[in-house]
Design a binder for this molecule. Structure first.
Ligand code: SF4
Length: 259
């Protein structure tokens, strides 16, 4: 995998970061290359963006892999650091790439307040439904009934719907795609790069090591059948929708609220 990636993305990847620490089959790799493709689509260079991440597997997407300015920060705080970068260098493009445990659990407060304040950054949350790096503990995004290290009989707590959360907090660019929705994900990241305020993208990513291993045998793994688009969801009953994850752009108002 390393050789193929390095050949395909010589301008974007640091060879010294390889072999990658990502497990085979990890969804963070297609997410990483979708970000590269979005930059290529827009004709932008990674080096003109500051990438900020927190702690967890997804935080390793930009740092150490990207040939760019990267800030690998403390757990749950990448949005706070990114806000600081944006204040210090308003003309600079700033992108946060981190996981659901980092952005929605430990850093949940920063997430909702960045949405409320319309902080002009792009935040990509790689949601793998679990704390992967630490062995697979339950997260604020773990679906009901799913098996984790800390919920061996199934999660009993309802998960956050991250898109609804940031929409309710005031975000005006909000989208969700599975990493297997490659074209849609690339186009959405490219559109987020043009957005003038806070743009939030939830990328559903696979964690074969900590999540899929425990849940796939029980029929609760991540497959394409799990997802429906906003348009498909409109024709479905509440019961039909219950086990599904709705994907698409929930909001895409590109005018910035706070000038
Ligand atoms: S533990 Fe899960 S999220 Fe972390 S690198 Fe492995 S597969 Fe990816």
């Amino acid at each position: 995998m390393s050789e193929r990636l390095l050949t395909q993305y010589p301008e974007e990847l640091r060879p010294e970061a390889f072999p990658t620490t990502f497990c085979p089959g990890c969804g963070h790799v297609p997410l990483m290359t979708a970000i590269f493709e979005a930059y290529r689509l827009k004709g932008l260079k990674l080096r003109d963006t500051t990438f900020v991440s927190g702690i967890g597997c997804a935080s390793w997407i930009p740092s150490p892999h990207f040939k760019a300015d990267t800030l690998h920060t403390t757990h749950g705080r990448p949005i706070a650091f990114a806000t600081g970068v944006k204040l210090a260098a308003p003309q600079r493009r700033v992108m946060v790439i981190s996981g659901d445990g980092d952005l929605a659990s430990i850093g949940g407060n920063h997430l909702i307040h960045a949405a409320r304040r319309d902080v002009p950054i792009v935040a990509i949350c790689a949601n793998n439904f679990i704390y992967g790096m630490t062995g697979g503990q339950v997260a604020a995004t773990t679906p009901l009934g799913h098996i984790t290290l800390t919920t061996p009989w199934g999660n009993e707590e309802p998960p956050f719907d991250l898109c609804k959360l940031v929409l309710a907090a005031g975000a005006r660019f909000v989208a969700r795609w599975y990493v297997g929705h490659r074209r849609e994900l690339i186009e959405t990241i490219a559109a987020a790069l043009d957005h003038e305020g806070f743009a939030f993208i939830e990328a559903i990513s696979l964690c074969p090591t900590a999540h899929e291993r425990r849940n796939k045998p029980r029929g609760m793994g991540v497959t394409k059948d799990l997802f429906v688009t906003i348009e498909q969801a409109q024709g479905m009953t509440e019961q039909e929708l219950e086990p599904k994850i709705v994907c698409g752009r929930f909001a895409a108002d590109s005018t910035r609220r706070n000038k």
